[in-house]
Write a protein that binds this ligand. Sequence first.
Ligand code: KG4
Ligand code: ZN
Length: 343
Amino acid sequence: MRVLGIESSCDETGVALYDTDRGLLAHALFSQISLHAEYGGVVPELASRDHVRRVLPLIDQVLQEAGLQRQDLNGVAYTAGPGLQGALMVGAMIGRSLALAWGVPAVAVHHMEGHLLAPMLEADPPAFPFVALLVSGGHTQLVKVETLGRYELLGESLDDAAGEAFDKTAKLLGLPYPGGPELAALAEHGRAGEYTFTAPMIDRPGMDFSFSGLKTAVRQAVARLSGPPDEQTKADIAAGFQAAVVRALEIKCRRALQATGYRRLVVAGGVSANRSLRQALDRMVKKEQAQVYYPDLRFCTDNGAMIAYAGAQRLLAGEQTPSSVTLRARWPLTELLPPGEAA
Ligand code: KG4
Ligand code: ZN
């Protein structure tokens, strides 16, 4: 089965073709970074309008790259939430219209399920069951994944998501949008231990997170300086901040492995691209005699491949979404069911 996947939940237009026999055939991405940079964050209306401009040319591009015609496709998958309502609407409307015109089924995909399944695109994919750490700009969640669609929330952020904390702290340090990757790059030049921030909530039991206090601690550290921070100080603060986030994530992941007894950890979402996080988790799972799985760096942040993959699994199991379009700006992952199981 060959499926077209469309992702348009935020500031990236992602399109991909996935074949359930041959794997990923092609993918293309257009990032709106330069569009939103001057505003310091995503402007929803600009995002929607740009998705309108990009989706169809990107679909033509992946079809061409894969050497396929539209009649070779057997289904369409689109992100239906969570995300920006207008942006989601674009992908959903185009996806549904194409499916209708081509006479193939369409399926609505949960953006975070897409992230969660992204490591399945790799050569050595994780088997179910596993623990998933989802760390993106909007979510920080630890999920017990029994099988496709059977998700139990073990813990989540009570305030900012990890990616959001990276972005806000980066802004505090005067780094350009999107701050997360910029801050991570700066932290590479920081001296360990120059600035130490307490890893939030590690002394409390449970698997919830909190990152807004950490952002405040950074703001206070900057305010204590006699003037604007120089490059080295910025890097030192970035390193201290990153170390605290990584430590909190690592400790809660270890707890989740211990609590579930599972031996596989999947880490996905934008922050899973973070090198320091990967190093810490690699070390931790070794001690726990477990294994950790990440998406390829291209598929950590938003992309169409993960949506095509997740949609293909659901379409393959006979699921399809009726043509009335329902989009959900908020959508708890735990409301999902395995493919084919009606609510
Ligand atoms: O998954 P994603 O592309 O979009 C959402 O679903 O939110 O995640 C984007 C988030 C942003 O907050 C971005 O700053 C963060 O992931 N991010 C990183 C890194 N790369 C992306 N954070 C830390 N280190 C990175 N290398
Ligand atoms: Zn995402």
